[in-house]
Ligand binder design. Structure first.
Ligand SMILES: [Zn+2]
Length: 331
C-alpha cells in the first residue's frame, strides 16, 4: 500500500515521502502513535518509496515487482522484525537485523529494517541497537514502530527522529472499514463512533454489538431528552441495559456507555459548531439535531461526566442494573 492509499496523516506522509525522495530523511526513525492508525503501513510504504522501480512522483507505484515483494514481506532488502510467541523481541532477532543491515542492498536501493511493536524490545535488545541507531550503515534505514515510545530507553529515543501519528477521524475510520473490510455503511459508522480513532479498535468489537449499542444509547437519550417523567427514565434504563442476561451484561453495558459517551460528545461538538467531519456519529445527524434542542452545554457537560462516572463504577464492579438506573436519572 503506497502512501497515497493510506488513510489519514496526509501532511505527515507527504513530508516523509518528500524527505525520502530528497534523501534527507534521517536514517533512524520512530513512528509513534496510537494502536491501529496505520503506522506500520506507513513504514512499509516508506520502504517501497525507497526501493520502487517505477516511482510515481514522490510516491511508490505500489505495483512494480519491488513494491509487491515489499508488501508481501519477501523483499531481500526490507526486513520486518516483530515480537515472537513470547511477546518480546529477542536480542538474537536484533543482532540478525543489525548484521544483515551492514550489507549493501541486494536487489533494491536501500535496506530498510522495520521493527514493529518496538516497545517489545527488551532492554538488552535495545542496548544492542544503540550503536547502529547512532550510525546506521550507509544505505540502511531503521524504523521503530510503536504505540508506547515511553517504553523505549531514553538513549534509543535520543538517537532517532520521532514522527507522531495522530488518531484518525471517525469519517476516515468509516471509509477504511467500508473500503478494506467490507463493512456496510451503517455498521462502519457505528464501529467508527466508538473506535477512539483507531482502526484496530474498530475491528476488535463485533459489528452487531456496535450497532445495537448505539441504538440503545440513542433510545435512552431520546427517552430522557424532554420532561422528567421517572417512568420514561426507567424505561430508558431498561433499553440501555438490554435484554441479554448472564455474565455478558457488564461488557454489553460498557459498550453502550461508550456509545452514549460518543453521542454526547457529538452534541457538545454541535453546540460549539465544530466541523461536521469531526462528528463520530455524523450519520445520525437527524437524531443529533433533535437532541440538540433539549441539551444545552451545561447539560451536555453534566451528562458527559455522569457517563464517565458510570463507566468507572462499572469497572469497580458495580451492578449493571444499578449503573443503568443511575445514569438514566443523571442525564
Ligand atoms: Zn513500485
Amino acid at each position: 500500500m503506497a502512501f497515497r492509499d493510506i488513510t489519514g496523516h496526509r501532511h505527515l506522509l507527504e513530508l516523509i515521502a518528500r524527505a525520502a525522495g530528497r534523501g534527507t530523511l534521517p536514517p533512524s526513525l520512530i513512528f509513534a502513535g496510537p494502536e491501529g492508525v496505520g503506522k506500520r503501513l506507513a513504514a512499509v510504504a516508506l520502504a517501497q518509496v525507497m526501493n520502487c522501480l517505477e516511482m510515481s512522483g514522490t510516491d511508490a507505484c505500489g505495483t512494480c515487482a519491488a513494491c509487491k515483494r515489499i508488501a508481501r514481506s519477501v523483499h531481500a532488502d526490507v526486513l520486518l522484525v516483530e515480537p515472537g510467541d513470547t511477546g518480546t523481541i529477542k536480542i538474537d532477532q536484533v543482532r540478525d537485523a543489525i548484521e544483515r543491515s551492514a550489507y549493501r542492498p541486494f536487489e533494491g536501493r536501500r535496506r530498510v529494517v522495520i521493527i514493529d511493536n518496538a516497545e517489545a524490545l527488551n532492554a538488552e535488545a535495545q542496548n544492542a541497537l544503540l550503536k547502529t541507531l547512532e550510525e546506521p550503515p550507509t544505505a540502511s534505514t531503521f524504523v521503530l514502530v510503536t504505540s508506547r515510545p515511553d517504553m523505549l530507553l531514553p538513549t534509543v529515543l535520543s538517537r532517532c527522529q520521532r514522527l507522531r501519528f495522530g488518531r484518525l477521524s471517525p469519517a476516515e475510520i468509516a471509509d477504511v472499514l467500508m473500503r478494506d473490510h467490507e463493512y456496510a455503511e451503517a455498521d462502519a459508522h457505528a464501529a467508527a463512533s466508538v473506535s477512539d480513532g483507531s482502526i484496530g479498535r474498530a475491528l476488535e468489537g463485533a459489528t452487531d454489538g456496535f450497532v445495537d449499542a448505539r441504538q440503545a444509547a440513542a433510545s435512552l437519550l431520546e427517552s430522557v431528552a424532554t420532561g422528567s417523567d421517572p417512568r420514561r427514565r426507567l424505561s430508558g434504563a431498561k433499553a440501555l441495559i438490554g435484554s441479554a442476561g448472564g455474565g455478558s451484561d457488564r461488557d454489553e453495558l460498557a459498550r453502550r456507555l461508550c456509545a452514549l459517551s460518543s453521542i454526547i460528545r457529538d452534541l457538545g461538538a454541535l453546540l460549539s459548531r465544530a466541523d461536521e467531519r469531526c462528528l463520530a456519529n455524523g450519520d445520525l445527524r437527524p437524531l443529533l439535531e433533535r437532541l440538540r434542542r433539549s441539551f444545552d452545554s451545561d447539560r451536555v457537560l453534566r451528562a458527559f461526566s455522569a457517563v464517565d462516572r458510570a463507566m468507572a463504577a462499572l469497572d469497580r464492579n458495580a451492578g449493571p442494573k444499578i449503573v443503568a438506573d443511575w445514569i438514566a436519572f443523571q442525564i
